[in-house]
Design a protein around this ligand. Sequence first.
Ligand code: ADP
Ligand code: ZN
Length: 744
Amino acid sequence: MSGARRKAATEMSPLRPRLRVLLPLPLAGAYDYRVPQGMEPPPLGAFVVVPLSGRAMIGVIWDGDADPALPERKLRDIEQVLDVPPMTASLRKFVDWVAAYTVSPPGAVLRMAMSSPSALEPPAARAGWRLSAAGRATLERGGKVTPTRQRVLEAMAGELDGEPHLASAIAAAAGVSTGVLRGMADAGLLEPALIARAVEFLPPDLKRTGPQLGEDQQVAARAMREGVAKGGFGVTLLSGVTGSGKTEVYLEAVAECLARGRQALVLLPEIALSAQWLERFEARFGVPPAMWHSELGSKRRRDTWRGVAEGRVQALVGARSALFLPFPDLGLIVVDEEHETAFKQEEGVVYHARDMAVVRARLNEAACVLVSATPSLETLTNAENGRYSSLDLPNRHGGATLPSVQAIDQRVTPPERGRFLSPPLVQAINEAIGRGEQAMLFLNRRGYAPLTLCRTCGHRMRCPNCTAWLVEHRIQKRLQCHHCGHAEPIPPACPECGAEGSMTPLGPGVERVQEEAAELFPDARRLVMASDTLPGPAAAAEAARAIQAREVDLIIGTQIVAKGWHFPHLTVVGVVDADLGLAGGDLRAAERTVQLLHQVAGRAGRAEAPGRVLLQSWNPEHPVMQALISGDLAGFMAAEADQRRPGHWPPFGRLAALIVSSEDEREADQIARDLGLEAPGGEGVEVLGPAPAPLALLRGRHRRRLLIKVRRDVAVQPILREWLSRVRVPNSVKVQLDVDPVSF
Ligand code: ADP
Ligand code: ZN
């Protein structure tokens, strides 16, 4: 536009409304746009298309006032308003809240709520047919057509509601062949029309009832139903020993929520391993739930996002990202296995889905239920001080008893040289299999051996990109890094000293345990359950089926086996290396090890036959082993709390980590030091570091860490923002903020 014409244009039209639009980009915040002439100003939350540096982008009309001082010529017009239900005020607030809490740009959080912009594309349309004007007129005036054509006209106006339909559907409804339709189209009675293919989400059947609940279950279920029926926000911790039937109890809360016409969301830590859970949902409600996880295809993703936004999805089970779906009326969020670290997202916007679930529930006036047999210290503390209410199921369902747990002292009865299973464990497995029961060996390590070493010079194979040893995977004949995916062949000679045939695997992974088991229990039918042997949900579901059908005698698995499986014929569980998780300086290692091993142990003895758990340990006196043996988890957690309280460690203080990383080690050091020099201080604020981060080299980036610890009554976010603003960080350096890190 020339200057003169622009001037004329602005004089002719009154000032057009300006709105803020948040774009799903990691930018500072919302941008101002103008409502063009002839467009109704879109409401808050509307999804709109706007130009951004020559591209069209989808954004959301955001809260707050546009800047009136911005000159008119700097403003661009909103191009289009999309036919999608506007984002609710509560979800907009949630996006802003998560951004503020995690110190992330709101646009980065909006990106998650839009599930990448592709979720907003209209559903793919398919070609179908509808009545033409001539067709309708023929029907209404009783025009002359053949009886078959008459049937088609009637079916389309009647049974098919006058809507466009696929040829196959019309033919079936009218009882004619599709050839008839083509003829009618040629005669002008039908015309082509696109059918928007909205996937149907079958509504859960609320007339069905669950199993007859036990007494404790009834009490808990009633309390939860009442909480949901009351409406409004509240958090409940549903604890209870493994196998106590917590799932059936919270499904009652889901039923109540659906009966009130509100949507229900269940978060599971690993949805790919949840075949048994899905079966139970279907048994309870007659239909499978809608699902949301990272492996969903793009079409399914789009349909599900829309289904949620349009309220057609009533119950959804998902991974942590489901928390950002556009539920118009969310009445309940259940976080199952709330202690699981899989709920923490470590990349991009770093957040803990359990904590954010509580926030979203509050903003939606919804109930929130946190479920675990081994609740996190965070949640226990909240329950203790009355912020959360708690319900507990102290007994296993159906009279099953908890397994007995014993340690096998590796100093007293060590395995034979070069072996990893000690004689008492071998005997227990033999006995179980001999009785026709199942046994399980647990080792939280994939692959064959965690370390490959040269017997001649002592050289160890390490990842070129990470501070990590390469793990031998014998089946694939490769050494792999479990952090960056680097892989290389197993070298025939030592790369350092050249000695031939000198490279030796050190220590066990599940593959090696499986090899030993094959020698020790040659007649047992064995199954390895690890993420690389069971890729994808179908394989995991098939494994679970085979185990339940007693086609397997011995299960050998990594942490996959700790998930909520119910294997009624499993009576003996052996933990190959119970000390494994305790190495390293992480303050939370003990808590995590107790949770993991207790969950693994909880797979044993779920039906009539009692279960037995054997922990191979070099240090059976360790409080972790003692807690598992005595079963006194509450006592263990109380002792943990006592250790953390005085130093204001979480949950008694707040912690945030700053991870400084660069491909250039000196640069990473430099910026970490600069941050250290500018470290905030004052009452109740403490900065630790810089120090090498737990993985000092990761994917080729050198990492340094600073920790800031503040008292519970101090907000850490403003301190972080101010701190970062004082240090100039070059583009080659990344500073990743992690508020409430899971390890410290
Ligand atoms: P948790 O989640 O507490 O470990 P589950 O919910 O998995 O326990 O329940 C353990 C097993 O008992 C499951 O197979 C479940 O179907 C069954 N179960 C639980 N409650 C009942 C009930 N009231 N009637 C029948 N079976 C039940
Ligand atoms: Zn690596």
